[in-house]
Design a protein around this ligand. Structure first.
Ligand code: NIG
Ligand code: FE
Length: 411
């Protein structure tokens, strides 16, 4: 049994409740001053404020002095593609000369380049590289993340990626939630046979991922020249039958019906949504699908920004995540993504905190455990080098995380 006390918290700011926050509730945060948090065996036991100390504070095994600073829940990054071989900095000149994301992909670069490199990489090197990413994320205040496969696109490599993630979830302090994204692109060897590729993913790989318990969610890139709405539907229905939660990369470049499908099929989340149309917005609002918005991708691709304000007004729960990957967002700094959410989405600080904590947790089915600071939840929190959350949204380019605590342990 071990207890950790965080004392002398200037301001503790958190959303409340284990549900996705939409509309006005997206902007509601609890703020306590002169607070303290007692964590026992990884779970929050008591939270006090106004200088009152929790019962049992005197006998805590570890005492952390927050020195009057801001404390929030540990951040949740609900969308990453962090297991890959091969960065793509060599594509910069092509990109600067005007080649678009889909042009580079068509020319054999883009995702296909990373697929070739990931197939060549062995388990150990992928494990070490991904562990280093998780360390970096923890240092930036992230305590739970999602990660997708999708740079294998063959049975062996997709399984290798998901095994890396499973082992890291067991061995690294961060919680890692895995998503199978076999339908991320059509690999070169199936260039003229996308139907055959989907068949392989649906009939062979999906059942194996399920049998080996390697992922909770299935995701598909519903995009022009990748998978159309009908193909996406077939793949997601197969995943649903096997018991996977559903996610869709929808309306990133062209609105071809991904967000509408998310509503129709009961997806947990639809992600990107840069080009979402009216029908998609309505379908998501009606079905309560969480929008995972990824402003770092818009920033790096020089694209438009998703209409996050409109989504909040329509009652769609909005989460904000990195999309960390070597092609469209080579940054895993969720703090910078928060700056972008304020500047580009015009989200208010309270709405942003909800987006990177409880709404992100809802998008990966972890809202009972993380995403808020409340008695009974995991003791995941961050002490920030500032006094208020506005400062975090305002300062950019620095890392303001002072200490990250995961399940009651300083990491
Ligand atoms: O979410 N859009 C599809 N997948 C990733 C990018 C993958 C890549 O370019 O390597 C994304 O942006
Ligand atoms: Fe993505």
């Amino acid at each position: 049994m071990s207890t950790l006390l965080v004392k002398n918290i200037g301001c503790m700011q958190t959303p409340i409740g284990s549900f996705s926050h939409r509309g006005a509730s997206q902007g509601e945060n609890l703020k306590l001053s002169e607070a303290a948090i007692l964590i026992k065996d990884g779970i929050i036991k008591e939270i006090t404020s106004e200088g009152v100390m929790p019962e049992g504070a005197d006998s805590a095994d570890v005492v952390v002095d927050a020195m009057g600073k801001l404390v929030t829940p540990g951040l949740v990054d609900a969308h990453t593609h962090m297991v890959f071989g091969g960065y793509r900095q060599h594509e910069i000149p092509m990109k600067l000369k005007g080649a678009g994301y889909l042009d580079i992909l068509k020319a054999g670069g883009g995702i296909n380049y990373t697929v070739r490199e990931t197939r060549k990489a062995d388990f150990e090197s992928l494990y070490d590289k991904t562990a280093a990413f998780l360390d970096e994320m923890a240092g930036l205040g992230v305590t739970t993340c999602e990660a997708k496969s999708g740079y294998g696109l063959d049975e062996e490599t997709e399984i290798k990626i998901l095994r890396v993630l499973k082992k890291l979830n067991e061995e690294h302090p961060l919680d890692v939630v895995s998503t199978f994204m076999g339908a991320h692109a059509v690999p070169e060897e199936y260039k003229d046979n996308s139907e055959g590729f989907l068949k392989l993913m649906i009939e062979t790989v999906l059942p194996r991922v399920k049998a080996e318990n390697l992922a909770e969610f299935a995701d598909v890139f519903t995009e022009k020249a990748v998978f159309n709405k009908e193909e996406s539907k077939i793949y997601l229905e197969a995943a649903k039958k096997l018991g996977f939660g559903l996610k869709i990369h929808a309306d990133e470049i062209y609105p071809i019906g991904g967000s509408t499908l998310a509503g129709e099929i009961g997806a947990v989340s639809a992600e990107h949504l840069i080009k979402i149309d009216e029908a998609g917005l309505e379908a998501m609002a009606k079905a309560g699908v969480t929008a995972v918005c990824l402003p770092g991708t818009s920033f790096y691709l020089g694209a438009d920004f998703a209409p996050a304000r409109r989504m909040i007004e329509m009652g769609i729960p909005v989460a904000v995540s990195t999309d960390f990957n070597p092609g469209s967002c080579p940054s895993l700094n969720l703090q910078f993504i928060m700056n972008l959410a304020m500047l580009k989405y015009k989200m208010l600080p309270e709405e942003i905190l909800t987006a990177v904590t409880i709404n992100a947790a809802c998008a990966i089915n972890r809202s009972d455990l993380v995403g808020t600071l409340e008695v009974g939840k995991q003791g995941d929190l961050v002490i920030w080098d500032c006094e208020d959350f506005e400062m975090l949204c305002y300062r950019y380019g620095s890392n303001l995380a002072l200490s990250t605590i995961k399940k009651g342990v300083l990491i």
